[in-house]
Each structure stands twice: as C-alpha cells, then as structure tokens.
Design a protein around this ligand. Structure first.
Ligand SMILES: Cc1cc2nc3c(=O)[nH]c(=O)nc-3n(C[C@H](O)[C@H](O)[C@H](O)COP(=O)(O)OP(=O)(O)OC[C@H]3O[C@@H](n4cnc5c(N)ncnc54)[C@H](O)[C@@H]3O)c2cc1C
Length: 230
C-alpha cells in the first residue's frame, strides 16, 4: 500500500512501486481550527494552502509554521519535518504537532499516548531530509533566502528574498546593522499581513488574493527550474 497526501514526494514514493499496489489517496482532507485553544486538527490529505486558508478564515493573527507551497500535502510535509518561513521563531511544522492519529500495520488506531513516545517522535520528521541552515547572529524575526542560479554559459545570479516579522522601518535597522552592503531601501520592501505573505512567497503574482491558497496545482516558476532529491 502507498499513502499519498499531496503527491509531492520528489522520488515518487507515494505513487510508485515495483509490485502491484493500492494507493490510499488524499481523501481525508478536513481541517478544523480552534482559535481559542490555539490548535487545529488537520487530516493528512489536506494541503498546507488549505490549512493556511482555514486559519485565515478565522483569524489573520494566527499562523502555523510550514513552507508556503500551497499544493504540498500536510501528511508528507509534517512527517518530513516541514521547513518554512517561520522556522527561526517557531521551529518546524513537526515541532508544532501536539497529537496525531495513526493506524499501524495491524490496523490499530493510535494517538500520541497509545503509540508511545518513540513513534510519536519518529513520525514528526523521520520521513524527510534537511532543507536549510540557520544563521544564529540574526534576529529571529528575519529569515533570508538566497537562490543561486547558473548554467548554460550564463552568468551566475543570486536572488535575495527575505521575510521579516515586523514593520519595514524595523527591518531597515536590522539590515543596516547586519548587512549594510545590501543597501536595502524602503521601496524594496512590501508590507503585508502574515497571511498575505503566504501566496506572495509561493510564486503567485503579487496582489493575488488568499483564495489562491486553495489551488491544489502548483504555480509554474517564472524561471528555468529543475530539481532532484535523493
Ligand atoms: C515545490 C516544492 C517545494 C518544497 N519546499 C519545501 C520546503 O521549503 N520545506 C520543506 O520542508 N519541504 C519542502 N518540500 C518538500 C515537501 O515538504 C515534501 O516533498 C513532502 O514530503 C511532500 O508531502 P506531500 O504530502 O505533498 O507528498 P506525498 O508524495 O503525498 O508524500 C510524501 C511521503 O510521505 C508519505 N506520506 C504522505 N502522507 C502520509 C500519511 N498520511 N501517512 C504516512 N505517510 C504518508 C508518502 O507515502 C511519501 O513517502 C517542497 C516540495 C515541493 C514539491
């Protein structure tokens, strides 16, 4: 049996096998958000875009730390760790999983208490690989992505993009102190709410509404893109 949530596993482990197999496919996808209790139940076939959208329907001040690719499934993302834009302040998606319902090979339904601490630990990160590193000297409110591209004889280019949890004026002060050589100006910054930043980072056009988070098909990057993960 193969289990598929969002279907974004780079090696296709959720939908390939050398033997005849069945797929348990993303049909469990409901989400219930409890703002008062600061928690939510998310079925593993829901996408992280649907999760962000469901939280935003109830509150624009709450978030869950995941990456901002809306079509990626909660099942694979949380069980592989889940490195995202809020990592420095709030950790991985998996760090914020406080309970889980799973079935084992014998068909028993288990929660965090009955599965035991070793399994509960393993299902929160044991499935994935590491995606990045953290610079300690920077503010926990500032996350920086640097994407380097090269090839086919074209000059190497680096793209700098950052997320700052605060106002543009505060960011300018942090950048002036830590990276004066970037010469960041206020015109380079976009101020928006957290939830507006989610579609912005997932390569949707600027100005896209949060409705885009419900789209289960990934937007195509506007630059040549190829990746391989082993
Ligand atoms: C464009 C893109 C960008 C990405 N960026 C990031 C990033 O910034 N940070 C990051 O951390 N990751 C990132 N990833 C990786 C992504 O988080 C993983 O590939 C993740 O495993 C995908 O989850 P999925 O549910 O969509 O995939 P699936 O292919 O459905 O599942 C992935 C694996 O988990 C297993 N699985 C899925 N659901 C369950 C379940 N309910 N129970 C048990 N096993 C299950 C599958 O069998 C498979 O082996 C990115 C992926 C893509 C495609």
């Amino acid at each position: 049996m193969r289990i598929r949530s969002g279907g974004h596993d780079f090696e296709g482990t959720s939908y390939k096998s050398e033997f005849l197999f069945i797929i348990l496919d993303r049909n469990l996808r409901s989400i219930s958000v409890d703002i008062e209790g600061n928690s939510a139940w998310v079925e593993s076939g829901a996408t992280i875009g649907e999760l962000h959208y469901s939280i935003a329907e109830k509150s624009c001040a709450h978030a869950f730390p995941t990456r901002n690719y809306p079509g990626v499934g909660a099942g694979g993302h949380f069980s592989g760790g889940g490195v995202g834009n809020l990592i420095k302040k709030y950790g991985l998606a998996a760090d914020n999983v406080i309970d889980a319902i799973m079935f084992n090979v014998n068909g028993r339904i288990l929660d965090w208490e009955s599965m035991g601490t070793d399994i509960f630990w393993a299902i929160r990160g044991g499935g994935g690989a590491s995606f990045g590193g953290i610079a300690h000297k920077l503010s926990a409110d500032l996350l920086i992505f640097i994407t380097v591209s090269s090839g086919n004889g074209t000059p190497t280019k680096a793209m700098f993009q950052s997320l700052f949890l605060g106002k543009a004026d505060q960011l300018l002060k942090v950048m002036e102190k830590s990276f004066p050589e970037m010469r960041l100006r206020k015109e380079d910054c976009f101020e928006m709410s957290w939830i507006e930043s989610v579609p912005h980072f997932s390569k949707y056009q600027r100005g896209e509404t949060i409705e885009a988070l419900k789209n289960r098909i990934q937007p195509v990057p506007n630059y040549p893109f190829k990746s391989k993960s082993d």
